[in-house]
Design a binder for this molecule. Structure first.
Ligand SMILES: CC(C)(CO)C(=O)C(=O)O
Length: 358
């Protein structure tokens, strides 16, 4: 048997807010734990995890899961640690960053772990998400993984994957490198995708990432502001549908200018698909309810800034960005958690945004 590969998963997801455990579809980001479990099914791979609030539970009982894609499961990671410092001596082949991308990424913590052969895999939502990793580790293979599964952690160490917005869990491709792509990069990509049949290899990762951003940029942001799920946002007689479509059109223009290629009916298809699937409470709404920092920059701010650089007008997205900044990040959200929309007059916001577009 060949040498065993070492994989580290950085970030195994925050705990879901109790109200969601009782009343609604469980949707939050616990994708790190699900990915760790899937990779650990390969006998040649040893999977270690860095955990924060769920450290005690996972150290004692491992990771337990109920998933729509793969059924139930349980596994004990090879190592469970609170900090990357504890596994400094391990020569990691892959490090998967599945931590939340807030305005202060913590990649300096990874510096001591990455050797010249380590492949980095960024499994995060949004645009511009790989930039910090690329700057920190310019010559390492960097894979970009688009997450299509919704995951939650209703209790520490217990995970659910109730649904997905695509037939695969992760779409993985090579992130752009100024050094070009080497044979080694391609074989690492193939190897990573071979770990699970629901890890799909994607050639044009830029276009796929922008297609996913069409969804996240509209649904995550508006859900966080209005406290609505995906079906409520799409209600044809409700006040939000125009904004969903407006943000998607703005995103599509920025995406095209950034080199992404999408089918002309991408927006209609995405809306249709979202209507057909069960309602989703996007991860950003979960974060609002749990009082966690929001991924405002990767899901909205980075796109607004890119649009500005490219000379593209994005009035709806820009007003949504302002709302998200006003919503704040972290604990201060908890005080304002209600089932009512945060925006006093969403219709006024739609009108205001529409007037700016006209
Ligand atoms: C995959 C999906 C849509 C799951 O809800 C997501 O990306 C999110 O909520 O942020």
């Amino acid at each position: 048997m060949g040498k065993s590969l070492e994989v580290l998963i950085f970030g195994t997801g925050g705990e879901s807010e109790p109200i969601f455990r009782l009343i609604g579809p469980l949707i939050a980001k616990a994708v790190g734990a699900v990915t760790a479990w899937r990779i650990a099914q390969n006998p040649a791979v040893r999977v270690s995890v860095v955990c924060r609030s769920n450290y005690e539970a996972i150290k004692a009982n491992g990771i337990r899961l109920r998933t729509a894609f793969w059924g139930p499961g349980h596994f004990m990671p090879a190592r469970v640690c609170r900090s990357p410092r504890e596994v400094r001596d391990v020569p990691f082949d892959y490090i998967v960053t599945a931590n939340k991308l807030t305005s202060s990424p913590t990649y300096s913590e990874l510096a001591g772990l990455v050797n010249s052969r380590t492949t980095l895999v960024s499994a995060q939502n949004g645009i511009g998400i790989e930039d910090t990793l690329r700057q920190a580790f310019p010559s390492n293979t960097l894979l970009s993984a688009i997450v299509y599964i919704s995951c939650a952690q209703p209790k520490p160490g217990i995970f659910r994957q109730p649904m997905a917005i695509k037939p695969h869990a992760l779409g993985v491709g090579l992130s752009h490198s100024p050094l070009g792509r080497s044979e080694e990069d391609i074989s690492r990509l193939r190897e990573f995708c071979s770990y699970d049949e629901k890890f799909a290899m994607i050639e044009d990762i830029v276009s796929h990432r922008w297609s996913k951003q069409l969804w996240n940029g509209a649904f995550n942001t508006l859900a966080a502001i209005t406290r609505c799920d995906s079906h409520q946002l799409l209600d044809p007689s409700g006040p939000y549908l125009a904004m969903v479509i407006g943000i998607m059109h703005e995103t599509q223009r920025v995406a095209a200018a950034a080199g992404a290629v999408m089918p002309p009916d991408a927006i209609e298809r995405l809306i249709e698909l979202t209507r057909r699937r069960p309602p989703v409470q996007p991860s950003m709404l979960q974060d609002v309810f749990a009082g966690r920092p929001l991924e405002t920059e990767s899901l909205c701010g980075n796109v607004c800034r890119l649009a500005e650089r490219l000379g593209i007008n994005t009035p709806i997205m820009t007003s949504v960005y302002r709302e998200l900044l006003a919503l704040g990040t972290g604990k201060e959200n908890q005080a304002s958690v209600t089932r009512k929309p945060k925006v006093e007059s969403p219709a006024a916001m739609v009108q205001h945004a529409a007037a700016q577009v006209a």
